[in-house]
Design a protein around this ligand. Structure first.
Ligand SMILES: [Zn+2]
Length: 441
């Protein structure tokens, strides 16, 4: 079969053009498959793209032929060759420049297409490179792009650099106008991930802050490296604005005990932020105390009375769940006194008592350090309000570990980790595909 594909374009001024872009033969005998192959489609798309772009350049150049100063028609001065990288191929293009000799035009030449060729890449290709680079290793992203698209040869460094530019554009982006007028409370789940650092930075790990901001209607992921972000606080502030947050709305931050993370939100919101200590982290520490004490009392040679230790331990979780932090403090004090007494004598249970004591001390100081962030978890839970950072823990995996985890055996610079975290959060939100293309140009 002989296949000819023609393209017909009509400009807004009504100029029509018809052009044959490709002609090929398909075998008359069926060899087990029908239709176009990937290779055919790549050639076809590349030729189609070239034909359309060439006609577009002429249309834009014709449309802007009148001088912005005197209004007279400017003749074409010369042609420059400009290379444009697109999703469907890299083309050297002849771009006309026009010139006017009026006094205000000062004889300088004008290229109406200079905006398009500034980056030498179309915004769509740049965003796709960023999205693929955020989801896969840079080398793998380059391979996937080359496999399915007739784009020019892709290098891992090009993918990395384009991702960096897109991440910077996201960080500088003005927040989209939020249409929701309702004042829903905003909850921020925030956590930290560790990424292996490149040896020249003289440290083992980099911190990456990950999280999720949620209202009833919307959610937005967050990823940044505080060491590399120009201003983490203003980046968070922009994210809050994108969710339609205003200063009157309450913000609840749920995180584990580190003060730095809620403080980031506090600085961004410049106002009162309520911090809640994550229930999962508390529950895990209570479990450690329970295990240590029950291991101690279950020993055959345990010299004390079981109930003295077990009664306060069994009530720890219930009291914390119902927001009775004071009672928990007292019970932990009793437990620490009893364990210290057992650990003092040279008994067979001394090591076990010592371990129970250190776990009680750890829980006690953890709760004391976060006293202001303990709440009545049961009350919140019954009203369907979040009490744990489980959603941020998901972000640790999605944003941090999936691309930069220890298993990937890659080491990162602070800037590289920051760019990937920003782009990956945007890719997972679907923000890279609906991204305003005029901005990335
Ligand atoms: Zn002029």
């Amino acid at each position: 079969m002989d296949v000819r594909i023609n393209v017909e374009t009509t400009t807004e001024a009504g100029e029509k053009r018809k052009q044959q872009i490709i002609r090929f033969k398909l075998p008359g005998q069926c060899h087990g498959d029908l239709g176009l192959k990937l290779e055919h489609s790549k050639v076809l798309l590349a030729q189609l793209q070239l034909a359309i772009i060439q006609h577009q350049i002429e249309e834009i150049s014709d449309a802007s032929r009148s001088c912005p100063c005197c209004g007279r028609t400017m003749p074409i001065h010369d042609y420059r060759t400009r290379v444009l990288d697109t999703l469907f191929g890299r083309f050297p293009l002849r771009v006309p420049r026009r010139k006017c000799f009026c006094r205000r035009g000062k004889g300088g030449s004008l290229s109406p297409l200079s905006q398009v060729f500034r980056d030498r890449v179309t915004p769509e290709l740049k965003l796709l490179q960023a999205e693929m680079g955020a989801r896969h290793s840079f080398r793998e992203a380059a391979r996937i792009l080359e496999t399915f698209l007739p784009c020019a040869k892709q290098h891992n460094t090009t993918v990395r650099n384009r991702l960096g530019k897109v991440a910077k554009a996201i960080a500088d982006e003005a927040p989209p106008i939020c249409e929701s007028q309702k004042s829903h409370p905003l909850t921020v789940f925030i956590d930290g991930a560790h990424v292996r650092c490149r040896p020249e930075y003289q440290k083992r790990h980099l911190d990456v802050v990950v999280g999720k901001k949620e209202t009833h209607e919307m959610c937005r992921r967050l990823g940044l490296s505080p060491q590399a972000a120009t201003s983490p606080v203003s980046q968070i502030r922009r994210d809050l604005d994108a969710l339609g947050w205003d200063e009157r709305r309450p913000i609840t931050v749920i995180s584990d005990g580190k003060a730095a993370l809620p403080n980031l939100i506090r600085n961004a919101a410049r106002g009162k932020v309520r911090h809640i200590l994550d229930w999962w982290h508390i529950s895990m520490r209570v479990k450690h105390v329970e295990n240590a004490i029950s291991g101690l009392v279950q020993r055959k040679d345990f010299p004390g009375t079981t109930a003295i230790l077990m009664t306060p331990v069994e009530s720890l979780r219930w009291n914390l769940w119902h927001g009775k932090a004071q009672t928990v403090g007292t019970h932990l004090q009793w437990l620490m006194d009893d364990c210290a007494r057992l650990a003092k004598y040279d008994l067979a249970v001394r090591d076990q008592a010592q371990r129970a004591l250190s776990r009680c001390q750890y829980l006690h100081s953890y709760l004391a350090n976060n006293r202001g962030s303990l709440i009545n978890y049961g009350w919140r839970y019954r009203r369907g309000l979040p009490i744990s950072t489980s959603r941020a823990e998901g972000c640790v995996d999605d944003i941090g570990n999936a691309r930069m985890g220890k298993r990937r055996r890659m080491r990162w610079s602070p800037e590289g980790a920051h760019n990937v975290a920003v782009a990956r959060a945007a890719a997972l939100d679907g923000r890279l595909t609906v991204f305003d293309t005029t901005m990335a140009a």
